[in-house]
Design a protein around this ligand. Sequence first.
Ligand code: SAH
Length: 236
Amino acid sequence: MTERQINVDSAEIAKFSALAHKWWDKTSEFKPLHEINPLRLDYIDEFAGIHGKSFLDVGCGGGILSEGLAERGATVTGIDLAEKSLKVAKMHQMESGLAVEYRCIPVEELAESAPESFDVVTCMEMLEHVPEPASVIAACMRLAKPGGWVFFSTLNRNAKAYLLAVIGAEYVLNMLPRGTHDYAKFIKPSELGRMARLSGLDTVDVRGMHYNPLTQIYSLGGDTDVNYLMACRKPL
Ligand code: SAH
């Protein structure tokens, strides 16, 4: 695959690279990812079971989810296109002692060379940062074994999501740097479900992730208006 064909926005990679040294600082811009981590791990566990399974974590960044999965007994490969983040991830696992194999490779390329290799594929908070999410979804589908699971999480696209995820998080609460999220790239659950279905996946569950700014607590539930997770299964 040539540089031109890679499904990546280099400005997005530069944005994450600039923050890479902060991945494991739980008070930093990555605080929300640390806080939602136990919730999403429980969600994945509920459907796919984590212990003993082989996982591919697409857009793994500094390895917050990858390490969480390894801690719960999975064999994990993490891929990302930000070299700096992968370096931080590799350094951190030396400290934590959790073994994750990190690789800098486009998901589409891995899908060509190693199709049907993983029990579970996770792609969290990443689709809203790529030019062609459908291509990532199709590659995730190819990488899962028949009967395997694919999990996505992203941001819904509506006025409430714009107000809370962009204006609220970036301008009012200053939880995230301004420009972290581009509203136009947010994806409605119906759109994600459609892309998943077109790739050949069955949607099994959609769950909302809700942040209460007063208590500063995240919870999972039926409200998919802003952040949400989707559990999909590849037919046998
Ligand atoms: N999935 C992690 C990190 C989310 S942040 C978590 O939820 O904890 C989004 C990540 O997607 C960043 O690490 C960024 O480098 C990565 N990313 C953006 N575009 C990508 C692409 N085209 N291919 C792979 N990773 C990408």
